[in-house]
Write a new protein. Structure first.
Length: 85
């Protein structure tokens, strides 16, 4: 959890994945959790692309207010880019 601030400052070294008790013990379950956190940090540092295509202003004008954007093809396209399973 303490990896986000160093990553945002430009550090790209991850040390201690899977380690417990100051490195005395190694746990595979902890390694899986640490890998998940590292992936989330990597995603956060990479940011979200904002441009005319991702803003989809044409789609907003097309669909209009008080309607559903979830079924629109643009939503499906960009949802896959910004979410992870």
């Amino acid at each position: 959890m303490t990896g986000l601030l160093p990553a945002l400052s430009g550090c790209n070294v991850i040390y201690g994945s899977g380690m417990l008790e100051m490195g005395i013990t190694f746990d595979l379950a902890q390694l899986v959790l640490d890998n998940e956190v590292a992936g989330l940090i990597k995603r956060t540092v990479s940011g979200i692309e904002v441009n005319d295509e991702t803003l989809s202003l044409d789609t907003i004008k097309e669909v209009g207010p008080f309607k559903d954007y979830l079924a629109h093809e643009t939503t499906f396209k960009h949802m896959r880019l910004t979410t992870s399973p």
